[in-house]
Design a protein around this ligand. Structure first.
Ligand SMILES: NC(=O)c1ccc[n+]([C@@H]2O[C@H](COP(=O)([O-])OP(=O)(O)OC[C@H]3O[C@@H](n4cnc5c(N)ncnc54)[C@H](O)[C@@H]3O)[C@@H](O)[C@H]2O)c1
Length: 277
């Protein structure tokens, strides 16, 4: 990007939890954030360079319009928990196809896809080599939701190979203000690290398709940081800062049972296709 050029980044699902955490953190001089969601995002704060679009990622015409003049897309929009297959199919799988087709038609060079640990939820921590479970390990989805993230990754790979779009699929752990239980002590990605990771994705020098874990530099990590580091993602936060507050004086006897040992946690036993929230 030259100094005078304004960069426009389209964020789908901008009104969701991750979108709201990223909105202030991705704001930059010379950058416009175009915020799209089915629920209209909050109006611009004073001095904020944002554009607001109320639309669904499944709406082909709206997505074509939303992609006009866009340099990069961060695709967060969709269903973020288990849900009936027909909803998952339409919003998460077909919606991702619509986003990528609109990106191609508009000549958008870069797309970041919000994949998930639930694409690989059935890996047990004993499956991880000493240097951590690789970010591109084969899928083992734990729900229909997880299957949609595998499809998202496949679509990202397809649109890179066919059309040369730079695509990074981020297998996000848990991006929230704070970790809240023992499992989240290794799945956590701090909001600041989330923004660091997205900036790294937006700055990859060579077009490619890659998968990275979306986690912080947690003491308890068992997922490899290598692929993230290769694109310049150097997380700075560690959930261990919250461990004493979360675990109290209880003896910390390590991960117990499938909910703590499996990458996908309780999603691995949630009834398939039932609304989770
Ligand atoms: N939060 C995490 O830790 C986490 C972990 C793994 C993956 N992810 C993925 O990251 C993305 C963002 O997660 P989140 O926690 O912010 O989820 P969220 O549910 O809080 O937000 C999702 C947003 O997408 C919007 N949306 C739903 N359907 C849409 C549609 N058809 N068109 C446009 N927008 C639509 C919703 O209105 C909502 O604002 C999701 O794709 C989720 O699967 C998040």
């Amino acid at each position: 990007m030259t100094e005078s050029k304004v960069e426009t980044v389209l964020i789908t699902g901008a009104n969701g939890g991750v979108g709201r955490l990223m909105r202030p953190r991705l704001a930059r001089e010379g950058r416009i954030l175009r915020l799209l969601d089915v629920v209209r995002p909050d109006p611009a704060a004073e001095g904020e360079a944002v554009e607001l679009i109320e639309a669904s990622v499944t709406d082909e015409a709206a997505m074509r319009e939303a992609c006009a003049g866009v340099d990069a897309i961060i695709h967060l929009g969709g269903i973020s928990v288990e849900a009936p297959w027909s909803d998952i199919l339409s919003v998460n799988i077909d919606g991702t196809r619509v986003v990528l087709e609109a990106a191609r038609d508009a000549g958008v060079a870069r797309v970041v896809l919000a994949s998930s640990n639930h694409a690989v939820g059935f890996y047990d921590l004993d499956d991880a080599p000493a240097d951590g479970l690789p970010a591109d390990v084969l899928p083992r989805p734990d729900t229909y939701y997880g299957v949609s993230k595998v499809a998202m990754e496949g679509l990202g790979s397809l649109f890179h190979d066919r059309y040369g779009i730079d695509v990074t699929a981020v297998r996000i752990g848990s991006c929230f203000e704070k970790p809240w239980d023992r499992r989240s002590l290794w799945t956590w990605m701090s909001p600041d690290d989330g923004a660091r990771l997205l900036e790294a994705c937006l700055a990859t020098p060579e077009p490619g398709f890659r998968m990275v874990w979306g986690i912080s530099r947690n003491t308890r990590n068992w997922w490899s940081m290598e692929a993230g580091e290769a694109i310049g993602y150097h997380p700075q936060d560690d959930s261990e800062a919250f461990a004493a507050e979360l675990l109290g004086d209880a003896v910390d006897d390590g991960p117990q049972g499938p909910e703590e040992r499996l990458a996908g946690g309780k999603f691995c036993s949630t009834p398939l296709g039932e609304h989770q929230k």
